[in-house]
Structures are given as structure tokens and as C-alpha cells.
Ligand binder design. Structure first.
Ligand code: FAD
Length: 521
């Protein structure tokens, strides 16, 4: 009841702001939805921990429509806030907006522009709300595919390039933002600008990893390569952390090799006392053949799994692929007899997490709180991190996958808004944990949140120099610390492209109380 009243008040306010007297149709013919179900659906996200109600939802079908809406927000005296929402797979309400308008970029509404592939120049132009799974399906019709991925493909193009977009290909191709040639952006003033490395380059770089702060991406031009047909996917185990990271770092150092004697994908994960099959990201180790950690771990209860993959194009390549994989594996020092290999179509490999998603959904375990924490850890301190966190704070129950893999900093463009540690190589450590029940020995939300805090405190006390990926902060000082030397540039770009702070307020970077403080700063 209270929610309904609040909503009604918000709608009235909005209608007054945009000068509408006869219903939910703006003067400029931008149609909003005030439907309660629609509003509820955009007030949630994958994190399942925060829910904020907008006043209305907007389903655009063109860049021009997005521009009209933002112009109204910018030019009207009282103003209103606007947040683009891709697939709502944020953790902490980053795409939500309090009493403003959510621009629902993904979905099958209206007549959205379809992807356009340029086979000669090897790129695809896609709508900003397009999901990566659909980009892949579309480009595969031409025998082409994007080069850099996320582990999970039901994320929107605009959503991942607002962060970076990383997976096991990033060491070689860089994050997804290093593979975008051009974008159309509607700024916080409602202007439509096409930008790339040279044209409107300040905005281009601001938007890449810019947490939605500078504009709404309505079109992205994404680099393509000839699509591999199949993938040899291998997992091997280590009980020794030094050996594990030595091999990961060796494998990513091969990125510059012109004759391509390297794996195409390098990731890894930590296994703490739970057996090898308890990893929802993919059922790879057969449950019929469980390996007990105690049978392979030499002291301690932590194992490390290196996950590597080699793409190939034709069955006729098999012999040379076998030789190449064998030669590469010989250089690694994993525990003998812990090699798990499978071979599958490229599409199935890229879409591997979806299979796990369907399984979790069928058990009712997908829509649970996800207090995820993603950190970039500098290479020079990853051993300290292992001792303090994997072997210390976590105890013997991880409550979900913990990914760990290194990337090469020279594949990241420092002009973008993303912040990474100041070292040539840094690791992603991703705690992808779920809060399931309140029972004994299972993860409660509070326990996991508390462990996240302990991890962050440990990093701060030990001066590890981590940077959060998909960052979430609650204080002004934390955001400034996060951006460090880049803060000044980030703030300047905000004042240029979204001076009224209309966009993506769910990131909580430019809170009202904060604004007065930074103006005097
Ligand atoms: P939303 O949650 O809808 O939006 C995120 C932010 O981007 C918001 O601030 C929003 O305002 C802004 N935004 C959205 N669309 C646009 C647009 N068109 N223009 C401007 N701003 C926009 N990330 C990785 O890098 N690698 C992974 O392997 C990976 N795996 C994941 C697996 C799962 C199951 C989940 C839930 C998340 C994963 N992520 C991964 C994180 C993911 O990339 C981010 O959460 C991303 O923001 C989600 O995209 P979305 O479309 O759902 O964005």
C-alpha cells in the first residue's frame, strides 16, 4: 500500500516535470510504462540484495528516442534521473534508479535495430541492449565471432562495456572494451555522438568502463574474427600455489607469439575442501568420478585448478592440435593424473555457464542473494593474498566458485575509465558466492558479507593494492580512493558529459551530499 502511494506520488511528480497533462505520453512522444509489474521487474537485479523503485520504465526502439528522453531530463527545470538497464545482472543495484526512469535497453520490445555484420572489415554493429548470446548467434551465421568474452553470455553489450568485460581470452585480446571500434552514445545532455579512438575520443574513453556515468550506449561496433569450430578444454590440478601461478603467468606470457603456439583461454579456480563437483559454473569433473581433495592435496586443504582451452577450426587440424596441446602441457607442473579433457563445439564452450544456470534454476537456486566480490590483485602480492585469504579468511567452506586468472596490463587502454593495479600482470579474483539458507554450515548472507569485509580489510591493512572490478562503495572517500589518480579525469568527464548527474545514479558515485563536497574540492 505504502509502495503504491509512493509510486503514485513519483508518477505525479514526473508528469509535472515533463509537462504532461493527459496520460503517460511525453510531449515528445516518448512512451513510458507505469505498469506495476514492469516497474517491479526493473527494481531487481542478480545480486538480489537491493530493490529500488523507479517512477517509470521506458522501452526505447531507437537512439533518437533515448535522446528525447534525456533531453527532457536535462532541460526540464526540476529534472529527473535516468538509468540504462541492460540485463540487470548487477549485484548492488547499479542499474536501479530511485523515482527516476529506467531505460530498459535489453528485451524483445518494439522494433530494435538488428545487428549488421561487415564481413570484409570483420565487425558487427549492435544495439547497446543486445545480449552477447544473440551477438554470437548472429555473427556465427557469417562464420565470424567476437574475440573477447565474458564467462556468461546473457549480459548486455552496454552493461559489460560499462565495466570492461573479461574472461579467459582477456590475456590475449584484452577485455571487451579493447575490442570495440566505435560507439553511438547519448550523453547526459541528450546529445547523440558517434565516437571512436579519434572522433570524440574523450567520450569514447570515458564510456569504456565508465559505469554508465557519461552516456547511454545505443550502438557498439565490435571486432570479429573467424569463428573456431571446436574447443579442446582442459583442467589440471595443483596443490602448490606457487606452481599454479607460475604456470598461469607462463601461459599468458605467450600472448605475443606470432605462430600462435599458445592456449586461447586461460582461467583457473580455487577449490577449498568441497570436492571437485561443487562448482556450479560448469559440470566438468564427472560426479561419477569424484576426486577427494585429501587424495591429491599434499598438506593444507586448498587445491587450484588451471583451466585452459585451445580453439580449432577443422577436424583435419586435430593432429596438429593434439601435438600443440601436448607440447604446452609438458611445460606445466600440475599434479600427475589430474588432467581432465573434453572437446566441444565453440558455441557450447562459450555458452557453458548457461547450462549451469538452467540446472540452478530448476533447483530454485538462481534467484538467491549473491554477495559477489571481484578484485584485481597485483601479481607481486598474489602469494600474500593466497595465504591471507584462500588459506586464512575463507576457512574451509567457499560457498561458491572462486575464480583466479591473470591478465596482461598492456592489453588494457589506460585512457579508459577502468582502474587496474599498476603492474604489468594482475589477477582477477572473483568470489562468486551464493547465500542459500539460514541453516547450520551453509552460507548466510551476513556471513558472506562479513567475509567480504574481512577480505577487503586484509587487503587494506596489508597494503596489497587491489582494485575492485564491478566496484561498489558506500562512501565518497572510497570512490575517490578507487579512482586514485584517475579521479580528477573521471570527475571532469562527468561535468562535461553529464553535468546534471542524471545518469546511472545506482552506482552511487555522485551522491547529492557528495556533489557539494567535490565541487569545493
Ligand atoms: P546492468 O546490470 O543492466 O547494468 C550495469 C550498469 O551498466 C548500470 O550502471 C547501467 O546503468 C549501465 N548500463 C547498462 N546498459 C548500458 C548502456 N547501454 N549504456 C550505458 N550504460 C549502461 N563480468 C565480466 O566481465 N566477466 C564475466 O565473466 C562475468 N560473468 C558474469 C556472470 C554472471 C552470472 C553475472 C550475474 C554477471 C557476470 N559479470 C561478468 C558481470 C557483468 O558483466 C556486469 O554485471 C554487467 O554490468 C552486467 O550486464 P547487464 O547488461 O546485466 O548490466
Amino acid at each position: 500500500m505504502c509502495t503504491k502511494l509512493l509510486l503514485l506520488a513519483a508518477i505525479c511528480r514526473l508528469l509535472v516535470i515533463v509537462g504532461v497533462s493527459t496520460g503517460p505520453k511525453l510531449q515528445t512522444h516518448v512512451e513510458l510504462t507505469f505498469n506495476h509489474t514492469d516497474i517491479l521487474s526493473v527494481s531487481q537485479d542478480f545480486g538480489n540484495m537491493i530493490s529500488i523503485l523507479p517512477a517509470a520504465v521506458f522501452h526505447p526502439s531507437s537512439t533518437l528516442e533515448v535522446s528525447k528522453l534525456i533531453k527532457l531530463a536535462y532541460e526540464s527545470q526540476q529534472g529527473f534521473t535516468v538509468s540504462a538497464r541492460g540485463h540487470g545482472h548487477s549485484i548492488n543495484g547499479q542499474a536501479q534508479v530511485d523515482n527516476g526512469i529506467v531505460v530498459q535497453m535489453s528485451g524483445s520490445h518494439g522494433k530494435l535495430p538488428v545487428p549488421v555484420v561487415n564481413e570484409e572489415l570483420m565487425y558487427v554493429d549492435v544495439w547497446g541492449g543486445e545480449l552477447w548470446i544473440d551477438v554470437l548467434k548472429w555473427t556465427l551465421k557469417y562464420g565470424l565471432a567476437p574475440k573477447s568474452w565474458t564467462d556468461y553470455l546473457y549480459l548486455s553489450v552496454g552493461g559489460t562495456i560499462s565495466n570492461a568485460g573479461i574472461s579467459g581470452q582477456a590475456f590475449n585480446h584484452g577485455p571487451q572494451i579493447s575490442n570495440v571500434h566505435e560507439i553511438d552514445v547519448v550523453t547526459g545532455k541528450g546529445e547523440i555522438l558517434t565516437c571512436d579512438e579519434d572522433k570524440n575520443s574523450e567520450l569514447f574513453h570515458a564510456v569504456m568502463g565508465g559505469l554508465g556515468q557519461f552516456g547511454i550506449v545505443t550502438r557498439a561496433r565490435i571486432a570479429l574474427e573467424h569463428s573456431p569450430h571446436r574447443v579442446r578444454w582442459i583442467r589440471v590440478l595443483y596443490s602448490n600455489f606457487s606452481g599454479f601461478i607460475h604456470d598461469q603467468e607462463y601461459l599468458i606470457s605467450l600472448h605475443g607469439q606470432p605462430n600462435s603456439k599458445k592456449f586461447d583461454y586461460v582461467e583457473g579456480f580455487v577449490i577449498v575442501d568441497e570436492g571437485l563437483t561443487n562448482n556450479w559454473r560448469s559440470s566438468f569433473f564427472s560426479p561419477n568420478n569424484p576426486i577427494k581433495i585429501s587424495s591429491v592435496a599434499s598438506g593444507g586443504n586448498v587445491l587450484y585448478c588451471l583451466e585452459i582451452a585451445k580453439n580449432y577450426y577443422h577436424h583435419s587440424d586435430l593432429e596438429s592440435i593434439n601435438k600443440e596441446v601436448e607440447a604446452l602441457l609438458k611445460k606445466l607442473n600440475y599434479i600427475e593424473a589430474t588432467e581432465f579433457t573434453t572437446d566441444l563445439p565453440y558455441m557450447d564452450f562459450l555458452n557453458r555457464v548457461h547450462k549451469a544456470e538452467l540446472k540452478l534454476r530448476s533447483k530454485g537456486l538462481w534467484h538467491v542473494p549473491h554477495p559477489w566480490l571481484n578484485l584485481f590483485v597485483p601479481k607481486s602480492r598474489i602469494e600474500d593474498f593466497n595465504k591471507g585469504v584462500f588459506k586464512g579468511i575463507l576457512g574451509n567452506n567457499t560457498s561458491g566458485p572462486i575464480l583466479i586468472y591473470p591478465m596482461n596490463k598492456n592489453k588494457w587502454d589506460d585512457e579508459t575509465s577502468v582502474v587496474t593495479p599498476d603492474e604489468d600482470v594482475f589477477y582477477l579474483v572473483a568470489f562468486l558466492r551464493s547465500a542459500l539458507h539460514n541453516g547450520e554450515n551453509v552460507a548466510t548472507l551476513e556471513r558472506l558479507k562479513d567475509e567480504n569485509r574481512q577480505v577487503l580489510n586484509f587487503c587494506q591493512e596489508q597494503n596489497i593494492g587491489v582494485k575492485q572490478y564491478l566496484p561498489h562503495y558506500t562512501t565518497q572517500q572510497e570512490w575517490m580512493d578507487h579512482f586514485g589518480e584517475k579521479w580528477h579525469q573521471f570527475y571532469k568527464r562527468k561535468m562535461e558529459f553529464d553535468p546534471k548527474h542524471i545518469l546511472a545514479t545506482g552506482q552511487r558515485i555522485f551522491e547529492p551530499s557528495f556533489n557539494s563536497m567535490i565541487r569545493s574540492w
